[in-house]
Design a protein. Structure first.
Length: 205
């Protein structure tokens, strides 16, 4: 069995959404070996830091929170689809030619995986693609961008997926991963009442 780490490293200079300062993680050492017999630190994290799972509450008032996520939804078989050739967005047209079946958890590999900075023009899943996933009744969609959509004022991609009960996984790193079938482990931190949480995502092959 091969374990592929598909998570972002968490550090102060990591890519954060739109480079917003308040989204940068802060790791503070409370104690070190110069002051005590052990090392202990404190971490401040945005809930959408790095590789993370979005909960429906992120976009739907009254939506489910991350602690209520059924773990069977994120510890599951999955398919990686390679869309590295796409410049702007993944639409229904690109998806229909792929072998996607009911119940699949789909990870979208794009050119986003090849950069280590936040790109304002990141490749995203547009609303026609989200509608297609809803039609097919997939269980989850992951992407290698810190957001699954951009430039859609109504957030139609998030809302369509959440309303259909589809899990959204963001901030994946898929450069080294070939298109194909894998087993995904992406359980998010169990934060009561939160609308999202970081996860250490891995693929088993
Ligand atoms: Zn998010």
């Amino acid at each position: 069995m091969i374990i592929h780490d598909i998570s972002m490293s968490i550090h102060p200079d990591m890519p954060v959404y739109k480079n917003q300062k308040e989204k940068r993680p802060v790791l503070r050492f409370l104690q070190g070996f110069s002051t005590g017999e052990s090392c202990a630190s404190n971490l401040t994290l945005d809930t959408h830091t790095g590789t993370h799972v979005d909960a429906p509450l992120h976009m739907l008032p009254g939506g489910k929170t991350i602690d209520n996520l059924d773990l069977a939804r994120v510890i599951t078989r999955c398919k990686v689809l390679d869309f590295s050739f796409i410049q702007e967005k993944i639409t229904r047209r690109e998806l229909v030619v792929k072998n996607i079946e009911k119940g699949d958890f789909i990870l979208l590999k794009t050119r986003n995986s090849y950069t280590e900075q936040f790109e304002y023009d990141f490749v995203y899943l547009d609303k026609t693609g989200a509608a297609y996933f809803k039609e097919l009744a997939v269980t989850g969609v992951g992407i290698d961008a810190l957001g699954i959509e951009r430039n859609q004022p109504d957030h139609a991609t998030h809302k369509t997926l959440f309303q259909a009960g589809i899990v959204i996984l963001e901030g994946l790193r898929l450069k080294e991963i070939a298109e194909g079938s894998y087993f995904l482990f992406a359980a998010p931190l169990k934060i009561t009442g939160a609308e999202g949480a970081p996860t250490r995502a891995v693929l088993l092959q």
